[in-house]
Design a protein around this ligand. Structure first.
Ligand SMILES: Cc1cc2nc3c(=O)[nH]c(=O)nc-3n(C[C@H](O)[C@H](O)[C@H](O)COP(=O)(O)O)c2cc1C
Length: 191
């Protein structure tokens, strides 16, 4: 599969088969992540790979976070749906910025600047992982609903860094149509 084909055929997958993902495939996907460009080549990522029986604990912690949010009167958006996808996926990778601060903490302009650069670098790593997965016939879902259990998941993973996202992976059990995109005319301007 060439790059443009992988970009064009990738979809967010929310239904996975029960087939486990071989470790070697997960490693290939993570390696693709580490090949992403990064500001000053800082490579500001750390991955936590959750598989097997640990998935149950992960979901318990995610649901605990969602319940805590609800109890404090916060909207939980699509978090319950994302938790269902994570419960079904054979692998979920949490992506952290080890140099990042907790999102609710105040930071200096220098720290903010560095954080912006690091988060873009991590976005590139995640997209590399999604495209590598596509190339390998693996479905993926980029998940930021983990923020609804931000402190709970961080504590469970024993992470001090800034949680950026999770990526669920597995063999797809659906083939969704392409989701709509705004036309280039609406989003690009030739100056
Ligand atoms: C930064 C980011 C966060 C996302 N978070 C979630 C999420 O928490 N739950 C979910 O179901 N989808 C999530 N998605 C997937 C988007 O909903 C999806 O990419 C978008 O609807 C376009 O569909 P496509 O990926 O199939 O092209 C996220 C995507 C991105 C890039």
């Amino acid at each position: 599969m060439n790059t443009l084909e992988a970009i064009g055929t990738r979809r967010s997958i929310r239904k996975f088969t029960d087939e486990p993902l071989p470790d070697e495939i997960v490693r290939q996907i993570l390696t693709a992540g580490t090949l992403a460009p990064s500001g000053k080549n800082r490579q500001p990522w750390r991955f936590h790979v959750v598989t097997g029986e640990k998935r149950e604990e992960m979901i318990r912690v995610m649901r605990e976070g969602i319940e805590n949010m609800k109890a404090s009167g916060q909207d939980i958006g699509s978090a319950e749906g994302s938790a269902r996808v994570m419960a079904q996926a054979p692998v979920t990778v949490f992506v952290f910025n080890p140099q990042g601060l907790h999102p609710w903490l105040a930071r200096s302009i220098d720290q903010m600047f560095e954080d912006l650069v690091n988060i873009q670098s991590i976005g590139a790593a995640i997209q590399n992982m999604l495209l590598a997965a596509q190339d390998l016939g693996v479905g993926s879902l980029w998940i930021c609903d983990v923020f609804y259990a931000y402190d709970e998941l961080r504590r469970w993973l024993g992470e001090e860094g800034e949680m950026i996202a999770a990526v669920s992976l597995g063999y797809p059990d659906e083939s969704p149509q392409a989701r709509p995109r705004r036309s280039l005319d609406k989003v690009a301007k030739w100056v």
